[in-house]
Write a protein that binds this ligand. Structure first.
Ligand code: ZN
Length: 430
């Protein structure tokens, strides 16, 4: 039996448009964190610094930033050891190219920007698109500045078919040789990339001491499809879930349980960093929220009563390649959140956590689809199993369905935004 299809919610298009605005504001993980922070601040959340000492009071709404990652929380009225935590997790990064430290490449009369692939992108989809550079600059004195080069200054042009007809048998791209974006003609004496970025950020080039910069597509996210309910956009994996997560946290009513949103960087490269899901960020915040000097076991008791909903995108069935999907598990665009299950623990879902999520969806009137990969195909993974492994927290892997995952321009449905927000809100409000 296929999973049942919902009828579209009336707020699907407005929420889809809000997702488009979120993606357009977030060309890099640092920008995504800044956009999350902006929305949280507007709703009354205040920022805490990891270097300060905190004593969050019940009802307190705060967020903490660690590089390209953010954790936001609303403190519940009950002690975490008694009430547990409800946590939604997502990731801020997407496959892209990272700008190299020494990036001034000059060849064939052009200036190019030296970059290195980041994550497992469908790199051919980056050809012939209007690109820019975005991210953060490290400044002398220990501060940082967000930056995005204006306009669409970069491009990865295809080679004309007349110059290589073998492309008909399949395109082969060598990352070192072919995936180097062109910036300008080489006229000899132009300012370099750092000078251009410093000017765009309004800082002195001499003050720039480092950078985390990625390539980003500049075409704004668009309504698409026959009735405009599809969303064509870069970085839907996983900015869709960051967006749904923050809307859910803002919508969830305060209760006895502490509600947490964690958006980690570096998922696309294995999560092994101080801000990634294999790092200590979530554990450190949970410690600070749940520790109780009178009860040395408070953190363990809190985690045992908690649930983490790992929200990352799921593969909708492909219209012309449906044979690549398991025949009994074919999520549809617009069909609602997808419960992701894998026998080999590429997803953390088990009977109890999956059942818990299904109950929350039922209560919220949200339809639930299911995904398992074919037995003869390997399965992608998420922050779910990594966080579950590190923290020992019961975890369920879910996500909105999408097509063209890891393309420069992906496709999702606006119908799934209110459904995902509704499901995550029900989980946080549990
Ligand atoms: Zn993802």
């Amino acid at each position: 039996m296929p999973d049942p299809m919902p009828t579209a919610a009336p707020d699907a298009l407005p929420l889809g448009d809000d997702l488009r605005a979120f993606v357009d504001a977030s060309p890099s993980p640092s920008h995504a964190v800044a956009e999350l922070a902006r929305r949280l601040r507007a709703a009354g959340f205040t920022e805490l610094a990891e270097a300060d000492s905190w004593a969050p009071a019940p009802g307190g709404q705060h967020f903490v930033v660690r590089h390209g990652s953010l954790i936001a929380f609303r403190v519940g009225s009950g002690a975490p050891a008694e009430s547990g935590l409800r946590i939604v997790g997502a990731h801020t990064d997407s496959p892209t190219f990272k700008v190299r430290p020494n990036n001034d490449v000059r060849q064939a009369g052009y200036r190019l920007v030296g970059v290195e692939p980041y994550g497992g992108g469908l790199w051919h989809t980056w050809l012939d698109r209007e690109l820019t550079v975005a991210g953060r600059l490290a400044l002398r004195g220990g501060t940082t500045a967000l930056v995005r080069l204006p306009g669409a200054p970069l491009r990865l042009p295809s080679l004309a078919i007349h110059l290589d007809r073998s492309v008909r048998e399949g395109l082969t791209l060598d990352a070192q040789q072919h995936l180097v974006p062109v910036w300008d003609r080489d006229l000899g004496s132009e300012p370099g990339l750092v000078e251009a970025l410093a000017a765009a950020a309004g800082v002195s080039a001499g003050d720039v001491v480092g950078h985390d910069l990625v390539l980003a597509d500049t075409q704004p996210a668009a309504r698409a499809g026959a009735d405009g309910t599809w969303i064509a956009a870069p970085r839907l994996d996983n900015q869709f879930s960051c967006h749904s997560g923050v809307l859910a946290l803002l919508a969830a009513p305060a209760g006895d349980r502490t509600q947490v949103l964690v958006c980690n960087d570096h998922e696309e490269v294995g999560s092994g960093s101080m801000s990634g899901a294999r790092g200590s960020f979530l554990e450190d915040v949970v410690q600070r929220l749940a520790a109780d000097p009178a009860d040395p076991q408070a953190v363990h008791r809190a985690l045992a009563r908690s649930v983490l909903v790992s929200a990352d995108m799921a593969h909708a069935v492909h219209p012309t390649r449906s044979e690549r999907h398991e025949p009994s598990h074919r999520p549809q665009l617009g069909g609602g959140p997808v419960l992701k299950v894998n026998a080999n623990q590429a997803y953390a879902t088990d009977a109890t956590t999956g059942g818990w999520f299904r109950e929350r969806c039922d209560a919220a009137g949200v339809p639930l689809q299911t995904f398992v990969t074919r037995a003869d195909l390997p399965c992608g993974s998420t922050i779910g199993p990594l966080t579950a492994t590190r923290l020992g927290v019961p975890t369920v892997d879910v996500g909105a369905p999408q097509l063209a995952m890891h393309s420069c321009r992906e496709l999702a449905s606006a119908d799934d935004v209110p459904l995902m927000v509704g499901a995550l809100t029900a989980c946080l409000a549990d």
